[in-house]
Write a protein that binds this ligand. Sequence first.
Ligand code: SF4
Ligand code: SF4
Ligand code: SF4
Length: 467
Amino acid sequence: MYKCSNYLKIIERENDYALFNSLFGGLLIVNNNVIDLLKKFKKPCSLEDILEYKDKKKTDRVIKILKDRYFIVKDYVDEYKIVQKEKKRRLGCLNKGEFIDSIQLIVSNTCNFNCEYCFMKSIYSSKERFKLQKSKDNQLMSFEIASKSIDTLINLAKNNNIMYITVEFFGGEPLCNFPLMQQIFDTYKNGLSKGVCILYSMVTNGSLIDDKIAKTLAKNGVHVALSFDSPSIDKRTGQAEAFNKMIQSKVDLLNKYGATIIINSALTKQNIDAFDVNLLFDFLNKNNIKKLVVTHELDINYYEDKKNIDKLVNKTIEILDYARKYDINVNSTWADIFNQINRDAPINLIRGSKACAGCSSKLSIEPNGETFACKSTSAHFGNIKCIDSILASHNYKSSVSRGYDNCAKCRGCMLEGFCSGLCIGSIEKKYNTIFAIEEKACRIFKDITINFIKNIKVNTDYCYLTE
Ligand code: SF4
Ligand code: SF4
Ligand code: SF4
């Protein structure tokens, strides 16, 4: 006997419906006929009864798809048990570091700017983390720590049959320590001689890029994420025009050598009113930049006010509308929710974390080797010099666990299998635990995901008819 899954979600669109399983995704656009067919599974019934009911061949095919995507399930099956079983398995073999496929190397905690709003001045929840941020021995990473970190990642990847790994350069301003990056490129190149494929990325304010640096970044395939909110705003110098010129000159240099450019924009309490989406997309289009990352305000108090949530949702949806028009890929943790739903496999079971990579698939390593889930989080895992202690630590275990379950309040939510809520760093700061959510902000994730779903263009692969 089969029945509709308790996790089946149906979203009505203009001319059809979207189906997905709130734990496993598998997004499918269907017409009324499929909805009628699903209604027959409201109560458990046998497939034979259904297959006799209409054109057998076509209905058979549709039912197979509905079964494969967990939209109809055997009447004794609870998919949540699948997630729990997998979580238990993972917690039982934490020491393998099975799903770690990237490291964030904080190559420099110093920065050539001193922005008032810099998130590192306010994000951390513990005094120790703030102290570490300022500590003299934790400003510039040495090659010894960098190579120990990369070798560790390579070993973990090889032990777990992971071919592609990511090394992200982060700061402060990573280009304050460009000689280290050069040494890493010279030593590891693309990783193939070590048996893996290394993808490099960097988040930078861009100001230190010169001809030599642009050439090196391009040569080594570094995805260069420039922090730039919108041409209408300059938070750093207060002189938008001068800052725009500077960014434009760096983009020109990077484009000269064919580097991959990503623009990292933040929608924050300081800039959201002045954030000009039109100007931003003109800039992206003019410079042939095809990828935009948009993050949301990290100060959790901002989400107390409903008006702020409306502003964030509206501005984000405006960005998505422009992205569709200009065919630009927009990414972020909130976009990753939809990206996971729009797959036919239970991604949270594959990758080990939902939208926030800071839960289990990434290690963030400070210049002195101290290791955390992410630059934004405070729970300490240990020092990269001893990966075994990191993988055995209570905080690493909590992080892996959070990568699966979110917290009790997420049970039954339509986004349960994909959404991590607000940044774990912000959550940790307010609640002193990572197992909490900010319920007022949930509407942001739901409204944006529904916007994505409602705007998918139907192609024949998506649409299955029963007649
Ligand atoms: S450029 Fe970035 S890292 Fe540097 S102070 Fe400003 S916000 Fe912080
Ligand atoms: S954080 Fe909110 S929106 Fe996200 S899964 Fe949990 S309850 Fe749902
Ligand atoms: S902890 Fe915050 S900044 Fe880090 S990956 Fe998660 S959402 Fe992003």
